[in-house]
Ligand binder design. Structure first.
Ligand code: FDA
Length: 307
């Protein structure tokens, strides 16, 4: 119930205005968001990359006009130039939401998002790093995978996110378990109907393990995006059973979540990548983080109450 309400609020302009205006929200947001600007985020990236890898997300989603989508491309081009300038491209890549590149525009959205994504991939390629396409709600999955297919023809290192809560995902894992593919497997963060998604946590976890097995047994590069200690233990077991070396897959977690576990895995010789969001448009991302864990809501409520 609470999760559904928060995910509905994530798409409400009235709730956005209320939460964004509350004077103390910012202190809470900084737990999950590395800064309002690239300049604020870079020291975070430098600190994290001493023992971990990162993927940076310039926050924003659901753009409603082509100019805003072009602004997103410019922001990524600036980000990639800064990563290059600071010598970070070996340890940092970028994550992109296609809805921020125009995917949902009513006229030609798919083509505009593909053209924009191509520009981001070309900028990443020019400085020697890669792009991973985030996955949004289920109405975008086919379009995102189609754009991935087109991008991989020119930029084979382009990665994708698959969400274990979707009933289709095991089959998508099989399709993407090909040489050179990079798949970030997560549980899924949107409010999806039972017709397309598992709603029970146990069913989502079982699907996650099935998908993980397909990816670990395949020839691609699995990216295990979960904070769940059970999923992490199972991933290690499946990687061992598949005869994988520690550098043939990686663990991924979000900035501000289980930082101790991130550091612990890295210290034991695992590749660990932290998803680092930054930028002014943090509202949708932040609300999904609240929805994932009720304790986060209490944390925000205390801040909104001024305590
Ligand atoms: P689960 O929700 O069971 O959490 C396990 C434990 O982790 C919790 O008990 C808690 O301790 C901790 N935890 C999890 N979330 C927390 C939070 N927000 N705050 C504090 N503690 C928390 N989703 C999506 O739909 N599309 C996408 O593109 C992505 N991309 C993505 C990239 C990366 C690198 C990660 C790690 C995750 C995503 N996600 C995502 C989000 C993902 O779908 C999922 O909602 C969260 O990762 C939570 O699921 P867990 O697997 O962590 O398990």
């Amino acid at each position: 119930m609470l999760r559904t309400a928060l995910l509905l609020a994530a798409r409400s302009d009235r709730c956005r205005a209320f939460v964004e205006r509350a004077p103390l929200t910012r202190g809470v947001v900084t737990r999950f968001v590395a800064g309002a600007t690239l300049e604020e985020a870079l020291p975070v990236v430098r600190r994290l990359t001493t023992d971990r890898l990162v993927t940076l997300d310039h926050l924003g989603e659901d753009v409603t006009d082509a100019d805003r989508a072009a602004d997103t491309v410019d922001a990524y081009v600036r980000l990639l130039a800064a990563l290059d300038l600071h010598g970070l491209t070996e340890r940092a890549e970028v994550s992109v939401k296609l809805s921020a590149l125009g995917q949902a525009l009513p006229v030609d959205g798919q083509r505009i998002a593909l053209d924009n994504a191509r520009r981001v991939c070309a900028a990443a390629d020019a400085v020697g790093t890669t792009v991973t396409l985030d996955m949004e709600d289920h109405t975008t999955t086919d379009s995102t995978l189609e754009i991935l297919r087109e991008l991989r023809a020119d930029f084979p290192g382009t990665g994708a996110v698959l969400q274990a809560y979707l009933r289709r995902t095991e089959a998508d894992c099989r399709d993407l378990a090909v040489p050179g593919s990079r798949v970030r497997l997560c549980k899924g963060a949107y409010d999806e109907p039972a017709s397309v998604a598992y709603r029970d946590r146990g069913e989502v976890d079982r699907s996650y393990v099935r998908c993980l097995r397909v990816l670990m047994d395949g020839p691609g590069y699995p990216m295990v995006a979960s904070h769940d200690p059970r999923m992490i233990r199972i991933a290690a077991h499946l990687a061992g059973a598949a005869g994988r070396d520690a550098d043939s897959y990686e663990y991924q977690m979000l900035y501000g979540v289980r930082a101790d576990a991130q550091a612990g895995l890295a210290a034991r010789g695992h590749r660990v990548r932290v998803y680092v969001p930054y930028g002014g448009q943090w509202y949708g991302y932040f609300m999904r983080r609240l929805a994932e864990r009720p304790a986060n809501v209490a944390f925000l409520a205390r801040a909104l109450a001024g305590g």
